[in-house]
Write a protein of this length. Structure first.
Length: 225
């Protein structure tokens, strides 16, 4: 996700990110970004400190205080050293100045995304499901759930983003890799198998299709749109 101040000139950055194959949502107001993050699971956030609608560093502090670990990179003017220091103190993964070369920015984004899997918690809980990341095992109400590797990879990301939508292409990459060949209905087949396995195991969560976007793992009783 890119949160970009309306007055800034980011065309080279945006072009470089697109050329390198990154998919991202771009917002020009902090409130729009907050709403998106509440609904969508992003791999990282690139946030301009001058966004209208609030204090980006304060938002970072609030995110970290409730356990959100999504990598966060703050963009500031070169002279704003104090804001960069404050951002690091509140949990920013990196800070860059707004004159950074587009190639360096892309390199930083790639480095942060490579590092992100190492920062995952060892155990992820979602409803009565528990995923042991290191052992690659998932249980439902303490009973082990046998799943093929690709279904495990998909479920891991859905659980880590519990109650938030995960984009379809992100799940495809998680299961098959960046350059893996994926048939058009492959993810639907995997999801069908996952749904059946969760239902048979007595899971109190379900996988919901968000048409045109992706999937969300949520409580069965949830009334979310």
């Amino acid at each position: 996700m890119v949160l970009d101040a309306p007055s800034s000139q980011r065309t080279p950055w945006i072009s470089a990110l697109k050329t390198d194959g990154f998919n991202f949502d771009r917002f020009n107001h902090l409130s729009d970004g907050k709403e998106a993050v509440a609904q969508m699971a992003y791999q990282m956030m690139l946030v301009d400190s001058r966004l209208p609608g609030g204090d980006a560093v304060g938002w970072l502090r609030d995110q970290r205080s409730v356990g959100v670990t999504t990598p966060f990179v703050l963009v500031t003017p070169a002279h704003d050293l104090e804001k960069r220091i404050r951002a690091f103190e509140y949990g920013a993964d990196d800070c860059v100045i707004d004159t950074i070369d587009a190639r360096e920015l892309v390199a930083k984004v790639r480095a942060i995304l490579r590092r992100a899997p190492m920062l995952k918690p060892g155990i992820v809980d979602a409803g009565n499901l528990r995923f042991d990341i290191e052992a690659r095992e998932v249980s439902c109400a303490s009973a082990m759930l046998a799943l093929p590797r690709r279904e495990l990879d998909i479920l891991e990301h859905l659980m880590a983003s519990f109650n938030r939508t995960v984009r379809r292409n992100f799940l495809e990459t998680a299961a098959y890799g960046t350059f893996g060949e994926v048939c058009p209905n492959t993810i639907e087949v995997r999801m069908s198998r996952l749904r059946r396995a969760l239902q048979q195991a007595g899971a109190d969560v379900e996988i919901r299709t968000i048409r045109g976007v992706g999937y969300r793992l949520q409580p069965i009783s949830s009334e979310q749109p």
